[in-house]
Design a protein around this ligand. Structure first.
Ligand SMILES: [Zn+2]
Length: 1024
């Protein structure tokens, strides 16, 4: 190891020193080495530079700027990629992608054992590592899948991204957590049980095995020792534990609620599972209303925190944050009390409004059919009310959302601001009981729904606010609801003439003073309904006792195991209800006979805390240890589909914040703020990367519009598809892949025909992660050509003359081609480092790698190691393409860096290249099969100085206008001001365009009043 720290301190010019070989045999040891290097004080001599390969790159992700949108601009690069001739010219054997992938999958598995041994060595020598030498953790997580048994292209995309990130971060010296598991509870397994008579557990386990194999085939390197499945008792025991914690904190409660009932699946649906047409998201059945006693989580208690802390999420897409803001839906307004006189007694109806400025326009009150005031309805109206309630239950045939409907209740309220004014109370279908107060004030003049309802009741609309103060009288004409804020009209008493904003404030103040109103903030978000009348989920750990009511199952009795011996009829609600042995139990409080709760939890509960469990997946005492979760959280990069932008992320934030607030993890707000922990406050995800959809090429019959199957289209000319049966050009588009559109692509077919490495590269190259990806199989060939070209470069590097053990690039002695290659290499390293750390613009990264490969292909390593200048080769008679030569050391160094950077994206191919480079290099003594993995190498670092341009393009201005450019070699520019002026003047006057702008007819310089050199020689301004 000490040889790696051999530093050059003698030279006055900056020298760079690279050891060409690897220095350890396992990832673990390499990581230890990184740590020591990092903590080794640098020598005082400023000219000393640590060798690149040993200086760990620890740039932090400081921004997540939107990746450069360059998705479709690089196709030109492909055309200059390898030709068949290039491939023939490779000194290595032709590529067999399948064989390479199989070889490395096997090797990686074997090396896991080696790594485990190294980890044991590390643990034994743990005292050598002090706490602050712990490698920085980096937690990369792709949303875990539902085990459907089918991996689709969307999965390939998300795992290709997370795997590339994980591999690169490991090379950068981070202690990476990259787990995978299964969101394994849920309806489809139960439906499979009903349809195919297979137990949900069996179905799930089979699917997991299949998908695991598919993930392996795309070369995804997950931490399988952290694998979890939410349907195993070891996991849901802790889901139940968290339920009990929430219950203890008063955040899990039961109440009667009108629920969405899916008559086909026979289950309660959350509002978000009902589409805009009132149909079930899964079965498509029209949803009915039913009343059941349900379990809720009080997420509304956290509404303000969930809203405010969105501002801490600097690295989340703004779109996602806005969707969450809208869902939480905070609105400021007021609450007013309206007195209702019914049969002698006086009761209040409280209403919430976001528009207190329209209170003088109240013409009725609208209450939900559940509102308690309806107990006081006079007998004359009872029958009509009952009929209305009944009609709401049967409201199942309607295809679209019903309009506002309601009936008068016979109750009248007093307008608090207009003594003597009586207002009718209606029971309506558009106010729900569990939202706000279950009552709203009806202002038809300024609210569209109230207006629509008023029309059904024949109410003459009253206007009290005009958006156009000068046309106040016009607004009095019935022209629909005027919803804009404006100025209060003359019918608002003492508030007339005020703006809406000023009036709202004054009205609330007065109401507050008189005791019938107050300021109030309202949220759109509702408590989280988590009860499911289904089998395949985590049982709710509650027991119902006649005497004691609902009693929590004691924590030590967890898990409440889901019984396995059940029958599935698909009808009649949850199978759990039918299992007497299971349902009957004794009350933990009084010991009397009691019954288990037969509801199971919404699967969103399982997936709202799995990221915490991944940090400590085998803990049998707690859901996760405080220490492990505190160190491991937050997830540094979370990758998944935008379709989870609202519910999954909101629920996860809620449970993570709850765990943090109750001290299950975290150091508390003060300690966190001190250390600048980001994002803090129990926020679970630091960077959120929402990947776009993968779309398939879709063909439609131009006449009928029917989707065409692939075999119905002649694609012999891919650019001009033809419908075989008609000879017509079909309509073409890119659409979400689906069976009914015949546009799906099976990842396994892709991998079988093109290899996993090329498939991964293609997925990453076609579009930036957040954009939609238009799948096009034809262009995958471009990626194979790219890999073939890299293979040829690797071959050239191994053929080069024996290279010195150390590569010491010296810009002073490099020739022009070497300097250009050196600069491109450093640019590429810089780009890829940024990409892997903050922008995730993998499409751009691959374009840079292609460029570097092309440049390496355009030069050859010089045949003699001593050659560092361009040797003009004697022109052979055959006049073959004469390639510029670069030093073999630089060629090899560049090829190695190229392979290191390509490896996270195309891992098996990268390993093969690395092994080839190492085993054939004379300076490395390795036996085949023992070369350390490329992933135990350190990520290359770039050198700022090397990024400087050789050539300067200098703009020439004459009298303030740009006229022409000159070009010169930066090394020729003198360092002093007078020298620069003389040098540039000479160049300018010799330029052909100088004639027109600076010289007279005789070629004599015109009278130059002033010549100014700007920007270090990049701009020269002449004043004549
Ligand atoms: Zn009891």
């Amino acid at each position: 190891m000490s040889s790696c720290l051999r530093l050059s301190s003698s030279s006055s010019s900056a020298r760079m020193l690279f050891r060409r070989t690897t220095f350890s045999t396992s990832t673990q040891q390499t990581r230890l080495f990184h740590l020591r290097t990092l903590n080794t004080p640098r020598l005082n001599n400023p000219s000393t530079i640590l060798p690149f390969t040993t200086a760990p790159t620890r740039l932090r992700a400081t921004s997540t700027a939107v990746p450069l949108v360059l998705s479709r601009q690089f196709s030109y690069t492909l055309s200059v990629l390898a030709t068949p001739d290039d491939l023939k010219a490779s000194p290595l054997a032709p590529l067999d992608y399948a064989a390479i992938e199989q070889k490395w999958l096997k090797r990686w598995k074997e090396n896991k054992t080696v790594e485990a041994q190294a980890a044991a060595v590390k643990a034994a020598s743990a005292k050598e590592l002090t706490a602050d030498e712990e490698p920085d953790k980096f937690y990369i997580l792709s949303m875990f899948p539902y085990p459907s048994g089918i991996l689709h292209m969307g999965h390939v995309r998300v795992y290709a991204i997370s795997d590339a990130l994980a591999r690169a971060r490991r090379m950068m010296g981070f202690d990476v957590v990259h787990p995978m598991g299964w969101d394994a509870f849920g309806l489809p397994a139960e439906n499979a049980a009903i349809e195919r008579s297979i137990h949900p557990n069996e179905w799930t386990v089979k699917n997991i095995a299949v998908m695991k194999g598919q993930m392996e085939n795309i070369l995804a390197d997950f931490d399988w020792d952290r694998e979890l499945r939410t349907c195993s008792p070891e996991y849901y025991r802790w889901t139940q534990y968290l339920f009990l914690k929430l219950h203890e904190a008063g955040l899990a409660y039961q109440k009667e609620a009108v629920v969405n009932w899916d008559p086909v699946d026979e289950t309660v649906l959350a509002n978000e599972q009902v589409d805009s047409e009132g149909k079930s998201w899964r079965s498509g059945a029209v949803v009915e209303k039913r009343k059941l006693r349900q379990w809720f989580f009080k997420i509304t208690e956290y509404a303000e925190d969930l809203l405010q802390d969105l501002d801490r999420l600097q690295h989340w897409p703004e779109r996602v944050k806005q969707m969450q803001r809208n869902w939480i839906g905070k609105s400021k307004g007021a609450e007013f009390d309206f007195k209702v006189n019914s049969s002698g007694s006086t009761e209040d109806i409280q209403v919430f409004t976001s528009r207190p400025d329209t209170v003088f326009g109240v013409q009725f009150l609208a209450v939900s059919v559940e509102h308690p005031i309806l107990n006081s309805v006079p007998a004359s109206h009872q029958h009509q009310l009952d009929e209305f309630k009944e009609s709401l239950k049967k409201m199942t045939s309607s295809e679209t959302e019903p309009g506002p409907e309601g009936v008068p209740t016979g109750l009248m309220a007093d307008h608090p601001f207009l003594p003597g004014t009586k207002i009718p109370v209606y029971a309506v279908n558009y106010v729900v009981s569990d939202y706000g107060t279950g009552a709203v004030m009806g202002v038809p003049g300024h609210d569209e729904r109230d207006y629509a309802f008023a029309k059904t009741q024949g109410i003459d609309v009253k206007y009290v606010v005009t958006p156009e103060p000068t046309e106040g009288s016009k607004a009095a004409v019935d022209g629909g609801a005027l919803t804009a804020r404006g100025v209060l009209m003359g019918n608002n008493g003492e508030f007339s003439g005020l703006t809406s904003e000023a009036a709202a404030e004054a009205i609330v103040k007065k109401a507050d003073g008189l005791g019938f109103g107050r300021e109030k903030t309202s949220f759109r978000i509702r408590d989280w309904l988590l009860s499911r009348q289904r089998y395949w989920g985590a049982p709710i750990p509650m027991i119902h006792c006649q005497g004691c009511g609902p009693v929590p199952v004691p924590a030590e009795d967890l898990p409440v195991v889901l019984p396995m011996d059940v029958s599935f009829t698909g009808r009649g609600g949850s199978p759990l209800k039918q299992i007497d042995d299971w349902v009957k139990c004794s009350c933990p409080k009084c010991g009397g006979s009691a019954q288990r709760d037969t509801d199971t939890m919404d699967t969103f509960v399982d997936s709202s805390w799995y990221f915490l469990r991944f940090l400590d997946p085998h803990n049998t005492k707690m859901p996760f240890s405080h220490a492990k979760a505190t160190t491991g959280m937050p997830v540094d990069v979370y990758i998944g589909g935008i379709e989870h932008a609202i519910l999954h992320l909101l629920y996860s934030r809620f449970l993570s914040k709850f765990a943090w607030k109750t001290g299950l993890y975290g150091r508390g707000p003060e300690a966190e703020d001190k250390t600048g922990k980001e994002p803090g406050r129990g926020e679970p995800f630091k960077v959120l990367l929402t990947q776009g959809m993968v779309q398939g090429r879709t063909f439609k019959d131009p006449v009928t519009g029917a989707f065409l199957k692939p075999e119905e289209v002649d694609l012999s000319d891919p650019a001009n598809p033809i419908q075989k049966s008609t000879g017509l050009t079909p309509n073409q588009s890119y659409e979400k892949m689906s069976k009914s559109k015949f546009n799906g692509v099976d990842p396994e077919d892709m991998i079988a025909s093109h290899g996993a490495d090329a498939t991964r590269l293609h997925v990453l190259y076609k579009a930036p992660p957040s954009e939609e990806l238009e799948w096009d199989e034809q262009s995958i060939v471009g990626m194979q050509r790219f890999l073939a070209k890299v293979w040829k470069v690797v071959g050239n590097a191994t053929q080069a003359a024996p290279a010195a053990e150390y590569f010491e690039p010296s810009i002073e002695t490099m020739n022009k081609d070497e300097r250009e290659l050196w600069r491109t290499l450093n640019h590429t390293i810089k780009e890829l480092t940024t990409s892997f750390q903050s922008t995730y613009a993998f499409n751009t990264s691959i374009a840079f790698l292609i460029k570097l490969t092309n440049q390496l292909s355009a030069v050859t390593p010089a045949s003699s190691a001593s050659s560092t200048t361009t040797t003009s080769q004697p022109a052979s008679k055959k006049a073959k393409k004469v390639q510029a030569e670069v030093s073999p050391e630089l060629y090899q160094h560049t090829a190695e860096a190229l392979v290191k950077m390509l490896s996270p994206l195309a891992p098996a191919f990268g390993e093969e290249c690395w092994e080839t480079l190492q085993s054939r290099s004379s300076s490395t003594i390795t036996t085949p099969g023992t070369t350390p993995s490329v992933f135990s190498e350190a990520w290359p670092s770039f050198h700022e100085a090397a990024l400087k341009e050789d050539k300067i393009v200098c703009g020439i201005q004459v009298n303030g206008k740009s006229r022409f450019n000159i070009e010169y070699d930066v090394s020729e520019l003198p360092s002093d001001k007078a020298g620069q002026e003389a040098f540039l003047r000479n160049l300018v006057y010799k330029h052909e365009k100088a004639q027109k702008w600076l010289l007279d007819d005789k070629g004599v310089v015109r009278d130059v009043k002033k010549m100014i050199v700007i920007k270090g020689g990049k701009l020269v301004s002449f004043v004549l």
